[in-house]
Design a protein around this ligand. Structure first.
Ligand SMILES: *Cc1c(COP(=O)(O)O)cnc(C)c1O
Length: 305
């Protein structure tokens, strides 16, 4: 509110023209500290950050190895970059190793920390070890990890490029990249999704800064979404828990039944997920109460005994 009153709503222009508000510098400094990288860069959204990283950083003669289930924005960025790519089986580091061993060029491994439609986590430490062994780079889309799941990775942080968004657990809007100073400088000069778009409104940057400070200082709060998800299913790995239904029509029907009981559970259908794996995607938050979670489980048991 204070930032809105002081600076007004719009940013006025691209960051490279007059939109580069001083709040950006503070946010990027704290983001780099948070992810323990040399530098950080804030984009308009997570989608724009993915575009900016992959189209600006990846040399056309190198190779991308990407998880089968990466987000649509990463797939579009890869296509736009024109860099050759192959997919490895979902979260399968053995398959990734086989593909790495076959390449003559340098490789860029692309994955998500927490998969957006399955809620499962990538074996990031194994992938970082592979990146070190094969002199590859590891690009991690942490959209659903930030503010919910912390990753402790041992190894060369210069091998990792973190991408994230303020639009999920942080409850705001905007994307970011944490990487080496050289990589960030290259993106400032070459990421068209940074250069040719208007900067974020200053009040949004201030909100992102406030959210990041909560994430960094209140681990008991950021642990809650996963704890709540594990009340529902002890095997949950993140705040996202899918209930796989199968047919599209069945998933729609299940969502309607839940809505009648007062639960909003969005049915996810192809092409977002593979044909035959339509699902209800449950997302737990710090504010969900144990008694409501128990009632949700009872209702779902009735729908899917
Ligand atoms: C939501 C999401 C994005 C896009 O982020 P926005 O800030 O909404 O543009 C990118 N990657 C993944 C994995 C996401 O879930």
């Amino acid at each position: 509110m204070a930032a809105l009153q002081e600076y007004g709503m719009g940013a006025g222009a691209s960051r490279l023209v007059t939109g580069n508000h001083p709040l950006y510098t503070q946010l990027e400094k704290e983001l780099a500290e948070y992810k323990n990288t040399e530098d950080a860069l804030v984009f308009g959204s997570g989608f724009l950050a993915n575009l900016g990283v992959i189209t600006a950083l990846l040399p056309p003669d190198e190779m991308i190895l990407a998880d089968r289930l990466i987000h649509a924005s990463l797939v579009d960025a890869i296509r736009l970059s024109g860099v050759k790519f192959q997919r490895f089986r979902h979260n399968d580091s053995d398959h990734l190793r086989q593909l790495l061993a076959k390449q003559k060029q340098r490789c860029w491994i692309i994955t998500e920390s927490v998969f957006s439609m399955d809620g499962d986590r990538a074996p990031l430490q194994e992938m970082l070890n592979l990146a070190e062994e094969f002199d590859a780079m590891l690009v991690i889309d942490d959209a659903h990890g930030v503010g919910v799941v912390e990753h402790c990775l041992n190894g060369a942080t210069k091998k990792i490029i973190w991408i994230g968004t303020f639009s999920k657990a942080a409850g705001s809007y905007g994307g970011y990249v944490c990487a080496t100073r050289d990589h960030i400088a290259k993106m400032v000069n070459h990421s068209r999704s940074l250069i040719y778009t208007t900067a974020l409104p200053p009040a949004v940057i201030a909100a992102n800064l406030a959210a990041l400070r909560i994430i960094r200082t209140q681990p008991e709060l950021t642990a809650l979404p996963l704890e709540k998800a594990q009340l529902f299913n002890p095997e949950a790995q993140s705040a996202i828990v899918p209930i796989i239904i199968g047919e599209e029509r069945e998933a729609l029907k299940a969502a309607e039944m839940l809505e009648e009981e007062g639960f909003l559970a969005i049915p996810i259908r192809p092409p977002t997920v593979p044909v035959g794996s339509s699902r209800l995607r449950l997302a737990f938050s710090a504010l969900h109460e144990a008694k409501d979670i128990a009632r949700l489980a009872a209702v779902i048991r009735k729908i899917r005994p």
